[in-house]
Design a protein around this ligand. Structure first.
Ligand code: IMP
Length: 423
């Protein structure tokens, strides 16, 4: 299928980076279409590990063009830092990186506002990454945003920025926060502008032509469906649409052109930040899974909350995105558990209800209906064939497939590119 997308079906951190990196080997374009540097992925190149937040995952592969399309919000400093790292590794970005002029910018006052709102919420804080994501998107929808497009003309940019920064500084002062230094930040932005200019290009035309020529395009979804601005337990959300509809608004390609939707599901649940996680577990078992799985945020380093796999939520994610293939990740982390639970539905006050019927208040109270499976003791990280998996593991995987009604692409049992079980 020439156009595919990889999306996380939970709360982010499903291990999409490895899957995108793998599929990018046979792609011509990899595209980020939503979110900003609140996302994080690890890329292994040679013997080195890189942590990127904005640059699409497949960038290290030969002959790939990486596109940051209009749905993404860009913090210029973060993007330039990633570009520097890549160029130091000998990657010629001039031939590889395209930045849409329609992307909105995350500017210094957005980060200050993000932190100020979070502090003001006190105990009820949402747990944002404080990267300025929400404030940048809210400026976009209130017509106060400044785009990459505006960087093309420095005097025009300067005028816009000064006006916006003065307005934002008034708000910051009411929170008792130090205002942004307009002269200083403008002088940095002037330098950043020069660095970014050569990469700014109409991404729609590039993608549209590529699609007409049947080139292989891979969309890299950021975050997870349970964080989607419209379909998460709002306000415990991120500020962009993580569902595949976000590909159309965030890149211009019609949804109909997406032939294959690959949904990535971690074999358990993890969550960074606040909000309800119906299947959350605490104590020793959660700690053991967190440590074994290295479940700490790539962007913020925060320990992730842990839970059993919530198939009620994942079933919703499969439906809303018309998922065609599933990848289960980190199955190896569950080895050694005596029993493993899967949530197959919710009840509230004795009545069954579905994920889509719940606001955050209901999700905080629902009781998961669990199906318990016997665990397996063997280390499965070296297994590559389904038939070689322990019997209990096969039962677990078969149940998930049947419950969700989606076939597997493969099952990932380790961080290495080839650590996958063909199903
Ligand atoms: P924001 O996106 O920084 O505004 O944060 C809003 C919520 O989304 C917080 O709970 C974050 O922890 C969460 N979040 C945002 N991006 C990611 C991600 O890529 N993985 C996991 N959680 C994320």
């Amino acid at each position: 299928m020439p156009v595919s997308s990889v999306i996380g079906l939970q709360w982010g951190d499903e291990g999409k980076g490895k899957i995108v990196d793998l599929l990018a080997q046979s792609s011509d374009y990899v595209v980020r279409y939503n979110g900003g540097n609140n996302a994080g992925h690890t890329i292994v190149f040679g013997k080195k590990k890189f942590f990127f937040h904005l640059i699409p995952s497949g960038i290290f592969h030969k002959n790939i063009s990486a596109i940051i399309s209009n749905g993404v919000v860009i913090d210029p400093g973060v993007l330039i830092n990633e570009m520097d790292i890549l160029e130091n590794e000998g990657i010629n970005l001039k031939k590889k990186l395209i930045i849409s002029p329609r992307c909105h910018l995350i500017l210094p006052y957005h980060k200050e506002l993000d932190a100020a709102y979070e502090n003001a919420r006190g105990k009820k804080k949402l747990g944002t990454t404080k990267r300025g994501i929400g404030p940048a998107y809210s400026d976009k929808v209130s017509y106060n945003g400044i785009r990459v497009y505006d960087l093309l003309d420095w005097n025009h940019f300067k005028e816009l920025y000064t006006f916006q920064a003065k307005m934002k500084n008034r708000i910051l002062r009411t929170f008792g926060v130090k205002p942004v230094n307009i002269t200083k930040s403008l002088s940095l932005l002037k330098k950043q502008r020069l660095r970014l200019l050569p990469f700014i290009r109409d991404a729609f035309e590039v993608l549209n032509t590529a699609s007409e020529k049947n080139k292989r395009i891979l969309f890299e979804g950021a975050h997870g469906i349970m964080l989607d601005l419209d379909w998460s337990p709002y306000p415990y959300s991120t500020a962009s649409n993580t569902v595949i509809g976000g590909i159309n608004t965030g890149s211009g390609l019609p949804v109909k052109s997406i032939g294959n939707v690959i949904g990535v599901v971690k074999a358990f649940t993890s969550r960074v930040g606040g909000g309800p996680v119906p299947t959350e577990i605490h104590g020793r078992l959660a700690d053991a899974i967190r440590e074994k799985g290295g479940e700490y945020g790539t962007t913020t380093g925060r320990p992730r909350r842990i839970g059993w796999l919530d198939l009620e939520a994942v079933r919703f994610s499969c439906k809303i995105n018309n998922v065609s293939e599933l990848v289960i990740t980190k199955l190896d982390i569950l080895s050694g558990l005596l029993e493993i639970k899967l949530c197959v539905g919710y009840t509230l006050n004795g009545k069954k209800l579905h994920y889509s019927e719940c606001g955050y208040k209901e999700l905080e109270k629902v009781k998961p209906i669990y199906k318990t499976f016997p665990g397996w003791m063997d280390d499965i990280s070296g297994v590559r064939k389904f038939t070689d998996l322990p019997k209990e593991c096969k039962v677990y995987l078969n149940f998930i497939k049947k419950f969700l009604g989606v076939k597997y692409k493969f099952v990932s049992v380790g961080a290495e590119r080839n650590a996958n079980v063909k199903v």
